[in-house]
Write a protein that binds this ligand. Structure first.
Ligand SMILES: NC(=O)c1ccc[n+]([C@@H]2O[C@H](COP(=O)([O-])OP(=O)(O)OC[C@H]3O[C@@H](n4cnc5c(N)ncnc54)[C@H](OP(=O)(O)O)[C@@H]3O)[C@@H](O)[C@H]2O)c1
Length: 487
């Protein structure tokens, strides 16, 4: 695995610990090595020391023995190369052939682009020019590409065409790390493996769906990137739409990568068109101002490092989306995501319809509807709320919850998303990666919102840090007679 950006944050925080955990669990192939590429001057020993530190800092518990760590570190190499030095790639190619000889990797390569998006195209073109992408049957070369994949539909098409000139679609693995999360993979199992849910998963029995992904942090040190992305491109275009697709998709005919992704894309194609009027009515954008967290004042978005004091970048979105097909017609999906909200979590809430107002309903107004909560992070699990009689001589009904918590046990640490994703790239399974048409339809949807927003200047900031976003976000759902489960 050749990691461009091998000296960067993503590689240290996620990729090296993931490789190490795969090694410890015995999942890593025998013939495997990592060659990190960066500009910094480092000896292999210095680099292996960096990797060791990263493992200590960021790996999940169960760090293995010193002998295991030494063995794992012996698979890590460093090669210094400027991405734009086209001549240097042939030298890199020769270096990789040397590593092949030591580790028996036979010319098979995973090129992992853990660099800023503007570097994607030059790297791919230089790899091709140096004859490093063959896919000739004797060996394979795969490309792993981090998000964001373009900044709108046009830039995504251009990037896709450029990489398609070098790698066929079947060799491209576009990462949306949410798809590697344990509970995301569980959504399909919960839906399609339970007679309790599958027959009810439609507009006859579901009143509405909420998809919420909130962060407590602000923009941190990612100002330059976030200014151009905002919540729309950073969260909605990828993670939020992935959650929507998995919740709303039809069961695939077979469990292979293309059948699953075909069904996901159909959901995007069924989204009701976001006209300017609809954006105005159904999409709320926000930007956080100053606010108090744990008794301390935190700066507003416009006061953060690297952010323009007059920035119109949104840090919050709440919206109502309609999936216009026979299963979902009439069932609104409410999406909410933002930075500097009071709690960090990602959850899908399915609210079932209320029963006719007879029997208990007649006497006891305000019975709560059944809800199913699929918790993605930080806790992973499923919670089902239903009504039952309160013990006692009175006829009182209370809501109770059945809670399955996947990672509440101290020992039950789920693998990090990157472990699963890296393993799948090694195996050549692209199910949990974003196919081009998913990217394309997601941008089509998001671009319309971006265009409508351009027509009007927002009044920002419009929510204090550590609150649940602007008042309009509450109004959005409350005017439909519903409420956010978190607010
Ligand atoms: N960090 C995360 O948690 C995270 C999460 C999701 C997605 N991502 C995505 O992952 C990508 C990388 O993010 P990051 O946070 O790891 O960035 P980063 O810490 O800034 O690292 C950037 C890397 O790019 C290398 N680089 C830059 N210009 C180069 C050049 N001309 N030649 C060779 N190497 C060059 C740097 O090498 P030198 O420093 O040696 O020059 C460094 O290794 C981005 O696309 C980001 O959006 C990151």
């Amino acid at each position: 695995m050749v990691i461009f950006g091998g000296t960067g944050d993503l590689a240290h925080r996620k990729l090296y610990p993931a490789v190490y955990n795969l090694f410890l669990s015995g999942e890593l192939p025998e013939n495997f090595a990592v060659v990190a590429v960066g500009r910094r001057n480092k000896t292999i020993e210095e680099f292996r020391n960096d990797v060791e530190q990263a493992i200590h800092r960021f790996s999940r518990p169960n760090n293995g023995s010193p002998a295991q760590l030494d063995k794992a570190l012996s698979m890590f190499y460093y090669y210094r190369l400027d991405i734009y030095n086209a001549d240097g790639y042939s030298r890199l190619g020769r270096y990789l052939s040397e590593v092949d000889k030591v580790h028996g990797t036979n010319g098979n390569r995973i090129f992992y682009l853990a660099v800023a998006p503007e570097h994607f195209q030059p790297i791919v073109e230089n790899l091709k020019a140096a004859g490093m992408v063959l896919n000739d049957g004797a060996s394979w070369q795969r490309l792993v590409i981090e998000k964001p994949f373009g900044s709108d539909l046009n830039s995504a098409i251009m990037l896709n065409e450029a990489i398609n000139r070098v790698f066929g679609e079947q060799h491209i693995y576009r990462i949306d790390h949410y798809l590697g999360k344990e509970m995301l993979q569980n959504i399909m199992a919960i839906r399609f493996a339970n007679a309790l849910f599958e027959p009810l998963w439609n507009n006859k029995y579901i009143d509405h769906v909420q998809i919420i992904s909130s962060e407590t942090v602000g923009v941190e040190n990612r100002g330059a990137y976030y200014e151009k992305a905002g919540a729309l491109r950073d969260m909605l275009q990828n993670h939020m739409l992935q959650l929507l697709m998995l919740t709303a998709m039809e069961p695939p005919a077979i469990l292979d990568n293309n059948s699953i992704r075909d069904e996901k894309v159909k959901v995007l194609k069924s989204l009701s068109e976001m006209t300017s009027e609809k954006v105005l009515r159904q999409v709320v954008r926000g930007q956080y101002g100053r606010g108090q967290i744990d008794g301390k004042m935190v700066p507003g978005y416009r006061e953060e490092k690297g952010i323009s004091p007059s920035s119109d970048t949104e840090t919050f979105i709440a919206m109502k989306v309609e999936v216009e097909n026979f299963r979902w017609g009439g069932v609104p999906f409410y999406l909410l995501t933002g930075k500097r909200l009071p709690v960090k979590f990602t959850e899908i809430v399915i609210q079932f319809v209320s029963l006719p107002e007879v029997l208990y309903f007649k006497e006891l107004r305000g019975l709560k509807p059944n809800t199913l909560h699929i918790r993605i992070q930080p806790t992973e699990g499923v919670e089902l709320y239903f009504n039952t009689k309160k013990p006692g001589i009175r006829n009182e009904i209370i809501q109770v919850g059945m809670d399955f918590c996947q990672n509440c046990d101290v020992d039950a640490v789920s693998p990090d998303a990157y472990e699963r994703l890296l393993l799948d790239v090694m195996k050549g399974d692209s199910t949990l990666f974003t196919r081009w048409d998913e990217v394309e339809y997601a941008w089509r949807f998001v671009d319309r919102i971006a265009r409508a927003w351009k027509e009007e200047k927002p009044i920002f900031p419009n929510y204090p840090a550590s609150t649940w976003g602007p008042y309009e976000a509450r109004k959005l759902i409350e005017r439909d007679g519903r409420r956010w489960h978190v607010v």
